[in-house]
Design a protein around this ligand. Structure first.
Ligand code: COA
Length: 255
């Protein structure tokens, strides 16, 4: 079986690529662990100046729903929380390239990136409520800050999907690029940032994040508590089972 997370290194630029195309890059426990390890290694390697995070035809269909079904216990969430931790504190520029599905964590992780490029095929969605869950990765703080309270509430409550143009207009992504230009543009931008004075770059990123640092941690902690409770709920179980059984969920019996 192919490695579901591939890491490439040109010296100053590390590319982390989600590689589980048959599941639309849904992220399972092993992938969270691999992502965390790759980001930790890139954070500490002196030679690494920039990280590119990307998928293939899909960026990511979000957390693996089969894992959600299996992880009704708190320990099941630890690899996800470790990933959020390293993502939120990542000290070097993080550039994301999005094609296709960017769902759940596939969208919320973008809130921690410094540059986000997306192609016309990108489709963003935040269906936490539809799955009987609550948003994560500090998105209850960072999404309203990025796109405004009412748009954030709409996207988080309705779970409606939106395209790259809407994401750009709202301020969720940096720019749209042609399908064929994504690879070249990601690499060119990474090379450009990697050529800058590295300490000035790192300090600028840290200063940009400083005003929100403790609020981000606090939001993540509050979300994790609510998420953990919802993960064990009967309504979430109904949503996960319905997805696995490829049927519509029925929430009519819940209060
Ligand atoms: N968790 C687990 N498996 C997933 C998945 C996820 N988040 N997203 C997709 N898959 C699997 C499907 O079950 C399917 O597996 P199968 O081939 O064994 O049946 C495979 O990936 C392909 O997905 P499919 O639904 O057939 O493709 P599609 O093109 O019709 O739809 C999506 C693509 C991404 C729109 C759809 O798969 C989807 O809505 N996924 C769930 C997204 C989600 O709610 N994520 C959680 C957010 S918190």
């Amino acid at each position: 079986m192919a490695d579901p997370v591939l890491t490439g290194n040109t010296g100053s630029v590390v590319t982390i690529r989600l590689n589980r195309p048959e599941k639309k890059n849904a992220i399972n426990r092993a992938m969270y662990e691999a992502l965390t390890a790759a980001l930790r290694a890139a954070a500490t390697a002196r030679s690494v100046r920039v990280v590119i995070l990307r998928g293939g035809d899909d960026f990511s269909a979000g957390n693996d729903i089969a894992d959600f079904l299996a992880s009704g216990k708190p320990a099941g969430m630890q690899p996800v929380l470790d990933f959020f931790d390293v993502l939120a504190g990542f000290p070097k520029p993080l550039i994301a390239g999005v094609r296709g599905a960017a769902i759940g964590i596939g969208t919320t992780l973008l809130l921690h990136c410094d540059v986000v490029l997306a192609t016309p095929s990108a489709r963003f969605q935040l269906p936490f409520v539809q799955l009987g869950l609550v948003p994560e990765a500090a998105s209850t703080l960072l999404l309203p800050a990025a796109v405004g309270r009412l748009k954030a509430a709409w996207w988080l409550l309705t779970g409606d999907g939106f395209d790259a143009e809407a994401a750009l207009a709202a301020g969720l992504i940096t720019k749209t690029v042609a399908e064929t230009a994504l690879d070249t543009d990601l690499n060119a931008l990474a090379a450009r940032l990697a050529a800058l004075p590295p300490a000035a770059v790192r300090q600028t990123k840290a200063l940009l994040k400083a005003p929100h640092r403790s609020a981000v941690r606090e939001a993540m902690a509050l979300e994790a508590e609510a998420f953990g409770a919802q993960l064990k709920s009967a309504e979430a179980k109904e949503a996960f089972t319905a997805f696995m059984e490829k049927r519509k969920p029925d929430f009519s019996r819940f209060e």
